[in-house]
Each structure stands twice: as structure tokens, then as C-alpha cells.
Design a protein. Structure first.
Length: 671
């Protein structure tokens, strides 16, 4: 038998066996976590995977890095044919995919073009990472070396294949359907005598580099090469806009929230495998970009590290409960994931805006992981920022995060002839006012404006008045699930008494909670945000606007995270502004699904920023940069934060901030 064939066979078998062992090891680590079913809606998941993973839709949101990565990804998909052909040729030298006919021509042409494109893309990647030094790509030295190894391997795999194809053209190792115009062009400079040696050496370099590369990946930060497509398939079709419910009646639950890897389901662990360390999440995170400790990327990196540290020990104990652990293993088990690996301070800096999940190219679910850890801190350790204590106490005593008595919840409506559900049980729509709209002096004006608009349009609506309680969003996002559970169930009971079918609210947080989370608790309703509702009333002609075009106002619109990014509602507020004859919409630099948080979500409204720049100042500066004289919002929390930002920038005389409802009321014809 040919010695070369024997060597090749041994190397090939060893490479695939070693790869199988390591992939099996990684899979076994996932089994230490809780089970979870992610196999629903298979057809929709396939479409989602084709769009996000294969179509690279999220990657291409970055206009610089997107095309570079996409070229490499698509190129490698094409290279699978050439690489498999090369491997088989190691055993059967005359093998070729040419029996595919014209399809083979498409493959060879694509391979030829992508070979050159990938070489260019690798050079650009090296320039961005090591010369331009894009901030989000600057990592620790070991990770920099890792990235260099991966880029070098891809470069060697591609160039060796290109030279191999060129030399095969020079030798005449081609078939009828083999079309490689660029390789053919290069073959003209390779002499016939040297062609065989170039082909042989490049073939070995190509194969050995592939084998080395595929076995390096399980130990590399580029493990996502193996897991990204699966992770996209197993992820939610849209940004996770709901948190998992905890069944407090289940007596088998011994602890609430996440204290370590075994408290997660397997999906967060797979997320940690899949994190590309690209830093897109950090680059859009309001906390991170304003100089705070929170790094969504680092949370995933540390989760993966904890998995690699602890999972082998847990598996060892599972296999043999009586096994004696080494001092090092005992020390690892003694460490706290939340505290030793993950910074507790960082967890409380998250605004839950969802920007990290929006930008993540492999659809990692950062926010649910963060809230899971918050839950354990709150419900298991009572370890949370002191300022949250008053919010929790108020929610328990007053059903509101503020210390206003429940009896004053409907005081804002005095003199407006607004009926409660008790007084008007035949209402069509329940106007959910919310805590801000009921108690905050500035937000009360939004409640009044929206109510007046509904009365002008002849809408049969009612409010709950003193029967309304906080929807539970603040408690849920800050980890106090037990308190949220109580509030949610009380509200659902109230809705049931009045046979509520349709809810409209001025608060995106209330909107998201009712629409996406209450169904898990048995409360399903038609939920509408007031901007959608008003846009519909205008379209139906129930609200007619003045046609004053003499005084043009420039209006900058701020997208609320919970209405926009969480629920993909961007057009209604803009449509309303565009109906104003005296207004010109000014888009802020970061808008729509790239919008920047006001800084109030995730309980931040009731905490203080003690590190870095205030998030609301960052956003306010961006809104002011539009030159607008009016800033439009659709959320009471955003109203508070941007208002505070305007005051801090001493711009209260020059710039007004108003809700969409207030702006509309000023322009509606009141008959």
C-alpha cells in the first residue's frame, strides 16, 4: 500500500476521532443544565435560520464588518465542496464532483471568485483588528492570539486551495465542467515542471491546515463556527420580549433564579459556546458605552468559562457520587458564579433595552440570562441596590413603585368626566393609565391628553381607577418575580371581573407586559399602544387635524425600546407626526431598531447611576444634535429621563419635550 495513503488515512481518522471526542465533551457539558424544549415552530425556525444564519442579515447591519464576514462565511460554505473533494482525493486521486455537471461549474466558479474575495477579506480583517484597532475588537492578549491563529488558518486554507486549483489547471487535472477563470489566469505563470510540486505541496498544506483548524476550534473563541447555525435555529424568532414564568406553587422548586450553570437551561450554555466575542453587544449597550462595568459580551465569556470549569466536575460527581475531589476541584465548586465570575454591580446596570440581542449576529439572549441572575440575588439572597427596597416596599403596600396611596390613583381624572369600569361596565376599551400616568405630575398630562383625544373621537372607554395596580414590569425586570406574580394575578382577576377584552395604554412597558407576558399567566387580551390607537383614529377620520403650515416646527422622535425594539412598532408615531401640517420630522442618528435607550428600563428608573456618564444625558445630547425645537416621546419613563436630560443641558427654554398624544391634541380640531 502507498505510504502516502497510509499516512493520510491515519491523519484523517485521528483528526475526525479527536474532533468527535471534543464535540461530544462540549455536548456533555450542556447536560448539566436543565432541559428545555426549543423544537416548536420548526418551519418558522428554518426560515429564520436561512435569513439570519445563512443570509447573514444581522451581520450585514454593520456596514464595515458585515460584508467582510459574509464573504468569509459564504465562501466557506462553497469551500465545503472543494474541501470534501480534496479529502476524498486523498483516498481516490481521480475523484471529482464533476458528475454534478453544470452544478459543478457553478461550484468551481464560486470557489474561484470567493478564494480571491476571502483573501482580501482576511487582509481587511487583520487591518481592522491590528492596525485600525476597532475598539470593540480589542481583546485580551490570549484572545488576540486566538483571532490571529484563526485568520491565519483561513488565509492558508484559502491561498493553498487557490494555488492548488491554479497548478491543477497547469497540469491538466481538469474536467469538462471545471471552470476556474481566476485560477486559470494564475496557472499561466506556473511552469509545467513546477506545477506538480506546487499542487502536491499545496494539497497537503490545505488538508493539514483544515484538520488542524477544525480541531483547534473547540478550544478557541471561534467555537461558534460549529454552533452558530444551531443556536440561531434554537433561538426565538424575534427579540425575547417576555420572561419565563416561575410556578411558585411547584413545591419541587428549591431555589429561584440562577445562581450557577446548573440553574440555567442548556440554551444559555449553548449561547456561551456561540458567542463570537465580536463586541457588537458592547458597542450598543447603553451601560457599556457610557463607561459602566456591564459588558454583555463578558457575561457570555464568563458563562462559558464557568461551564468549562465546573461542568466536568459535576459530570464526574454524577458518574460516581462517592468520588473524592481534588483541592482544586473543591475550590472551583466553592466559587460563586454570580459574584466571582459575574460582577453583581454589572448585573444591576442593565437597562434591559434589548440592543445587545438586536445586534448579536448569532441571536444570543443576554437579557433573560441577566434577569435570571437578578432573580437569585433578590429572592434567594436579598442582595439588591438599596434604592430598590423602597420601590419593592411601595409595590407591596401601594401597588405602585412610588409612595402614593392607592386612593389617589384616579385623581388625575378629576373634572374630565372619565368613567371607571365599575361605573361604566359596558365600555369597549379599557384605558390602562399605569403608575406613571396616575402619579407622576408630568406623565399625568399625557393621560389627560390621551383621554381628551378619545373623547373627541367618541371612544367608549373606561379606567380602573383605584382598582388598577402596577402591571409588574418593574418587579419582573429587577428580579422580584414573587412580587410580580402577585401583582399580575391580581390584575388578571380584576380584568376578569369586568370582562376586559381590549386594553390601550400610554406606557410601552405596560404594553409589552400585557401583550407578551400576561398570556403565560392566563390573561390574553388585545393590547394596543396609544400611538397605534391614535394613528388608527386619524386614518378612520375620527380625529381631524388643523392645516396650519405657517409655523414649521422641527420634531425629533425618540424610539422607546419596549415599543420599538421589543415589539417592532416604529411607524405609527412617525405617521402621526407626518400628519402635522406644521411639523418636520427630524430623525436622530440612532433610530428605529438601532435606537438608544433613555436609561430608565430594567428598574433603572428607581436606581442611581454611580459610574460613568448618565445614559439619559447621552441620549439627550443626541436628540439635541438634530437641532429640533421639540422632542416627541411615546413613553412616560422616556419623558422623565429626557426631561431630566434637557434640564441638565439647560435647554428647557429652547426645547420642548412632549408625548405624541400631547402634540396631537394641540393640532386636533375640537368641535
Amino acid at each position: 500500500m502507498d505510504i502516502q495513503l497510509i499516512i493520510f488515512a491515519v491523519i484523517t481518522i485521528a483528526s475526525f476521532v479527536f474532533l468527535f471526542i471534543n464535540l461530544r465533551r462540549l455536548y456533555s457539558y450542556l447536560t448539566v443544565a436543565k432541559p428545555e424544549n426549543r423544537w416548536d415552530m420548526v418551519s418558522e425556525r428554518i426560515k429564520h435560520t436561512l435569513r439570519v444564519a445563512f443570509g447573514q442579515s444581522k451581520i450585514l447591519r454593520d456596514r464595515a464588518a458585515g460584508p467582510i464576514h459574509t464573504i468569509i462565511f459564504w465562501g466557506f460554505l462553497v469551500f465545503l465542496f472543494t474541501a470534501s473533494e480534496s479529502v476524498v482525493q486523498g483516498f481516490f486521486p481521480k475523484f471529482s464532483w464533476s458528475f454534478l455537471g453544470p452544478v459543478y461549474s457553478l461550484i468551481t466558479i464560486s470557489t474561484d471568485i470567493f478564494s480571491v474575495l476571502i483573501i482580501i477579506a482576511i487582509i481587511l480583517s487583520l487591518v481592522r483588528r491590528f492596525i485600525i484597532k476597532v475598539p470593540r475588537l480589542q481583546l485580551e492578549r490570549t484572545e488576540e492570539i486566538d483571532a490571529l491563529i484563526v485568520l491565519a488558518a483561513i488565509f492558508i486554507i484559502t491561498t493553498s486551495m487557490f494555488l492548488m486549483n491554479a497548478s491543477s489547471e497547469a497540469i491538466g487535472y481538469t474536467s469538462r465542467w471545471d471552470i476556474k477563470p481566476l485560477a486559470t489566469l494564475l496557472s499561466n505563470v506556473i511552469s509545467c515542471n513546477a506545477a506538480y510540486y506546487v499542487y502536491s505541496s499545496c494539497w497537503w498544506i490545505h488538508i493539514l491546515t483544515i484538520y488542524a483548524f477544525m480541531n483547534f476550534l473547540p478550544f478557541s473563541k471561534h467555537l461558534h463556527v460549529y454552533t452558530s447555525i444551531e443556536n440561531v435555529f434554537l433561538s426565538p424568532l424575534n427579540i425575547p420580549n417576555r420572561l419565563e414564568k416561575i410556578d411558585f406553587e411547584d413545591e419541587t422548586i428549591e431555589k429561584f433564579g440562577v445562581t450557577d450553570i446548573e440553574d440555567f437551561t442548556w440554551k444559555p450554555l449553548l449561547d456561551s459556546y456561540t458567542c463570537t466575542h465580536c463586541g457588537r453587544c458592547d458597542s450598543v449597550c447603553p451601560a457599556n458605552t457610557t463607561g459602566k462595568e456591564l459588558s454583555p459580551r463578558n457575561i457570555l465569556i464568563q458563562l462559558r468559562q464557568r461551564t468549562f470549569d465546573k461542568a466536568p466536575i459535576l459530570l464526574k460527581q454524577k458518574e460516581n457520587p462517592e468520588v473524592k475531589l481534588s483541592d482544586e476541584e473543591q475550590a472551583i465548586l466553592a466559587q460563586k458564579f454570580v459574584g466571582d465570575y459575574i460582577s453583581i454591580e454589572a448585573l444591576w446596570q442593565c437597562t434591559t433595552c434589548g440592543a445587545c440581542m438586536q445586534e448579536c449576529p448569532v441571536t444570543i439572549e443576554h437579557i433573560p440570562h441577566i434577569v435570571g441572575m437578578r432573580r437569585s440575588l433578590v429572592m434567594m439572597e436579598a442582595n439588591f441596590p438599596p434604592l430598590l427596597q423602597s420601590a419593592f416596599t411601595n409595590l407591596e403596600n401601594n401597588a405602585s413603585p412610588w409612595a402614593f396611596p392607592q386612593a389617589e390613583r384616579a385623581d388625575w381624572a378629576e373634572g374630565l368626566d372619565i368613567k371607571t369600569a365599575a361605573a361604566n361596565p359596558d365600555f369597549d376599551i379599557l384605558f390602562w393609565v399605569g403608575c406613571s400616568g396616575s402619579f407622576d405630575d408630568r406623565a399625568k398630562k399625557i393621560s389627560v391628553a390621551f383621554s381628551k383625544l378619545m373623547k373627541i373621537a367618541g371612544v367608549n372607554f373606561a379606567i380602573l381607577g383605584t382598582e388598577e395596580m402596577c402591571n409588574g414590569d418593574v418587579a419582573r425586570r429587577t428580579g422580584n418575580e414573587y412580587l410580580a406574580d402577585m401583582l399580575v394575578k391580581q390584575n388578571i382577576d380584576t380584568f376578569g371581573r369586568y370582562n376586559v377584552k381590549k386594553i390601550v395604554t400610554i406606557c410601552p412597558h405596560c404594553f409589552n407586559t400585557f401583550k407578551n407576558e400576561y398570556p403565560d399567566f392566563g390573561g390574553s387580551y388585545e393590547v394596543i399602544h396609544h400611538t397605534d390607537f391614535l394613528n388608527e383614529l386619524i386614518a378612520k377620520g375620527k380625529l381631524k387635524l388643523k392645516s396650519d403650515k405657517d409655523k414649521k416646527k422641527n420634531i425629533a422622535y425618540h424610539d422607546s425600546c419596549y415599543l420599538g425594539r421589543y415589539n417592532q412598532k416604529y411607524e405609527a408615531p412617525r405617521n402621526i407626526i407626518n400628519t402635522f401640517g406644521d411639523a418636520q420630522l427630524q430623525e436622530v442618528e440612532r433610530n428605529r431598531d438601532k435606537g438608544f435607550c433613555c436609561g430608565a428600563g430594567g428598574g433603572q428608573m428607581f436606581m442611581e447611576e454611580t459610574e460613568g456618564k448618565r445614559v439619559n444625558i447621552e441620549r439627550t445630547e443626541e436628540l439635541l444634535a438634530t437641532g429640533a425645537d421639540t422632542i416627541a416621546v411615546n413613553c412616560p419613563f422616556c419623558m422623565t429621563m429626557i426631561n431630566d436630560g434637557i434640564k441638565a443641558k439647560d435647554k428647557t427654554e429652547e426645547v420642548q419635550i412632549k408625548d405624541i398624544a400631547e402634540l396631537l391634541l394641540e393640532r386636533v380640531i375640537q368641535e
